[in-house]
Design a protein around this ligand. Structure first.
Ligand SMILES: *[C@@H]1O[C@H](CO)[C@@H](O)[C@H](O)[C@H]1NC(C)=O
Ligand SMILES: *[C@@H]1O[C@H](CO)[C@@H](O)[C@H](O)[C@H]1NC(C)=O
Ligand SMILES: *[C@@H]1O[C@H](CO)[C@@H](O)[C@H](O)[C@H]1NC(C)=O
Ligand SMILES: *[C@@H]1O[C@H](CO)[C@@H](O)[C@H](O)[C@H]1NC(C)=O
Ligand SMILES: *[C@@H]1O[C@H](CO)[C@@H](O)[C@H](O)[C@H]1NC(C)=O
Ligand SMILES: *[C@@H]1O[C@H](CO)[C@@H](O)[C@H](O)[C@H]1NC(C)=O
Ligand SMILES: *[C@@H]1O[C@H](CO)[C@@H](O)[C@H](O)[C@H]1NC(C)=O
Ligand SMILES: *[C@@H]1O[C@H](CO)[C@@H](O)[C@H](O)[C@H]1NC(C)=O
Ligand SMILES: *[C@@H]1O[C@H](CO)[C@@H](O)[C@H](O)[C@H]1NC(C)=O
Ligand SMILES: *[C@@H]1O[C@H](CO)[C@@H](O)[C@H](O)[C@H]1NC(C)=O
Ligand SMILES: [Cu+2]
Length: 512
């Protein structure tokens, strides 16, 4: 069951696009037979043959989440029976091999037979890398933006796919933008049973507002990092991180042409930035099929650019968001979140209280530890909804980064999320949760430094969540239910099974 669960989660993550598949598997023949078992270059058998991989039936995991039982759209969502809605035979890799054709190694492994465990490569603070490394950062991303990916994207949902002609090329970079978009925003099936327009009926986010948020993005970054290494022929390159909690004057200190680009007062990037010429994708709401059938939508057309990058750090609307969003989160807020020993708490979404995950993701107040929605008092005083840490940074950037589903269009996204992952790693090591999550060193990477390394003290204040007694058993309840749900395949909680030690990440047939 656990393996099945992982399949769902990982497939939901990376296979889960509007059908993004290896180009070799989108020929009419492969689509008809529902078989994606390529013969790798230089081999004679599908999936490489004995010792490397073989073609095997792919079980239909049928993802069910009680939270979605009333969401009609999900009943016909391609992701529900992923990937068997497209392919029911895929490569099952052996040993430490992985990838859709078993030519890659599972994360953290190297060598011709993937037999060697790799020495963890340090992800470095972008503010502390050489000029040459900064240049690499820009040009590596730029090359990914204009190199065609081995994966193609569908322009239609499964229901309407006629054949290979419905799949289009996409750049290595935009592939990842679209994957993130589909996982989080593109939710309308071809025949929704409800009218889209009511947000709740359309919003089926597999990557945010839930227990899977930190680990989904961890896996995502690993894939992005690998793709950048491959496209630039530099297997030792690592993603840098942006430690926004210690940014100069608590403002965007990477918003210069040396890093992600300077901007003017209208939020347009400076022409001296490498990224000024970039075009975004998927920024428009999915179009309805036509004016009368508003419950029909089309997937994002990845070939149709939607605009340029926008960024205007700190220039947020303070009435909507509050004054604190005009600067970056403070180190004390990070310290606060890292104290919470519970990974997540029921109901495992944006209203979870006293949850490390929800604090880190940013729906919980960093003084109380609790979810805080917008409040309007009788006297008219309005307290904005809490957007903290991860969410805070997205909104603060005021532009492409501020709409989470399409935020990866901005390369700053990866520097931001790399730091979020660094904070996850800090938490895993601090609270001794390596039994629950694979530490990054097992996945082949490490961080130059973790948050607050070498410091201690002040560990006791957990705001309103401090009340010690209920949570002493709550800890066990939290983990106990995680294990329970992992075993019984309930998705929203199950996503946190990702990176559990006993679970292999080499399972997703279509990508790794
Ligand atoms: C896989 O799909 C093909 C094509 O629809 C079908 O003929 C076959 O029975 C399916 N196999 C399994 C194991 O479901
Ligand atoms: C897989 O990697 C491990 C090291 O993590 C190694 O001990 C093992 O022998 C490898 N397996 C194969 C089949 O190469
Ligand atoms: C930053 O880089 C310098 C020089 O490369 C190095 O001496 C220093 O230790 C680095 N700082 C950290 C925190 O690693
Ligand atoms: C898509 O990319 C592949 C590989 O670069 C290329 O062979 C193919 O012609 C491209 N297809 C289109 C429609 O551009
Ligand atoms: C889609 O919308 C049309 C027009 O509003 C309606 O007649 C039809 O029943 C809807 N289809 C579904 C599956 O809900
Ligand atoms: C809209 O699409 C539906 C379903 O394909 C079709 O029946 C209807 O005639 C279309 N309406 C218009 C105005 O094109
Ligand atoms: C590109 O997207 C815009 C806005 O959604 C749309 O109006 C236009 O028709 C699209 N162009 C193509 C070629 O699909
Ligand atoms: C979270 O805490 C608030 C304030 O104490 C409480 O009103 C709310 O019911 C709690 N929510 C959950 C899901 O426990
Ligand atoms: C409005 O009411 C809230 C809650 O009672 C209080 O905290 C706030 O200070 C009041 N604001 C004004 C302007 O009176
Ligand atoms: C950016 O800031 C402007 C003005 O401060 C505000 O109106 C707008 O909503 C903000 N945009 C985003 C995407 O946050
Ligand atoms: Cu995200």
């Amino acid at each position: 069951m656990k393996a099945l669960g992982l399949l769902i989660v990982l497939a939901g993550c990376f296979g889960g696009g509007d059908a993004q598949f290896p180009r070799v598997c989108t020929s009419d023949g492969a689509l008809d037979s529902k078989e994606c078992c390529p013969v790798p270059p230089g081999f004679t058998e599908p999936c490489g043959g004995p010792g490397r991989g073989h073609c095997a039936d792919t079980p239909d995991p049928t993802v069910e989440d009680p939270a979605w039982k009333n969401i009609n759209a999900y009943k016909v969502d391609d992701r529900r029976h992923w990937p068997t809605v497209f392919f029911n035979r895929t490569c099952e890799c052996e040993g430490n091999f992985s990838g859709y054709d078993c030519t890659r190694c599972v994360w953290g492994h190297r060598g011709p037979n993937c037999e060697t465990k790799q020495r963890p490569a340090a992800r470095r603070n972008i503010r502390n890398i050489s000029t040459e490394e900064k240049d690499k950062f820009q040009h590596y991303f730029d090359r990914a933006k204009n190199t065609t990916s081995d994966f193609v994207f569908a322009l239609e949902f499964k229901e309407n796919i006629r054949g290979s002609e419905d799949f289009v090329n996409v750049s290595v970079y935009d592939f990842f933008v679209a994957v993130h978009y589909y996982a989080s925003r593109e939710t309308m099936p071809p025949y929704s049973t409800g009218i889209c327009g009511d947000e709740d009926d359309c919003y089926l986010d597999l990557a945010h507002r839930g227990a899977g948020f930190p680990t989904w993005h961890r896996a995502y970054l690993l894939e992005v990092e690998r793709a950048l290494q491959e496209v630039n022929g530099d297997p030792d390159w690592t993603l840098p991180y942006w430690d926004w909690a210690v940014a100069e004057k608590h403002q965007c200190d990477i918003c210069t042409n040396e890093y992600v680009g300077a901007n003017d007062k209208n939020g347009n990037l400076d022409s001296g930035s490498v990224f000024a010429s970039w075009r975004t994708i998927c920024e428009h709401l999915p179009p309805f099929y036509n004016a009368t059938h508003r419950n029909h939508t089309r997937p994002c057309d990845v070939t149709n650019a939607t605009g340029r990058l926008k960024r205007n750090p700190g220039h947020v609307d303070t009435v909507t968001y509050g004054e604190s969003l005009t600067r970056l989160p403070l180190p004390t807020e990070v310290d606060f979140a890292l104290r919470f020993p519970l990974y997540d708490t029921p109901p495992y979404n944006d209203i979870s209280n006293c949850s490390f995950r929800n604090l880190m993701e940013g729906y919980a107040d960093t003084t109380t530890g609790k979810y805080r929605g917008e409040i309007t008092y009788a006297n008219g005083t309005r307290v904005p909804e809490a957007f903290t840490l991860h969410n805070h940074v997205h909104i603060y950037m005021n532009g492409t980064m501020s709409n989470v589903p399409t935020a990866p269009n901005d390369p700053a996204f990866f520097l931001h999320h790399c730091n979020v992952d660094r904070l996850l790693e800090t938490w895993i090591r601090r609270h001794g949760h390596a039994d629950m999550f694979k530490p990054s060193t097992e996945l082949g990477y490490d961080y130059q430094d973790l948050h607050g390394e070498g410091t201690s003290g002040g560990e006791s204040d957990m705001g309103e969540c401090s009340t010690p007694r209920p949570w002493s058993w709550g800890v066990w309840l939290g983990f106990g239910s995680a294990v329970f749900f992992c075993s019984f395949g309930i998705l929203s909680v199950l996503e946190m099974c990702l990176f559990q030690n006993e679970a292999s990440l080499g399972y997703t047939p279509l990508l790794r």
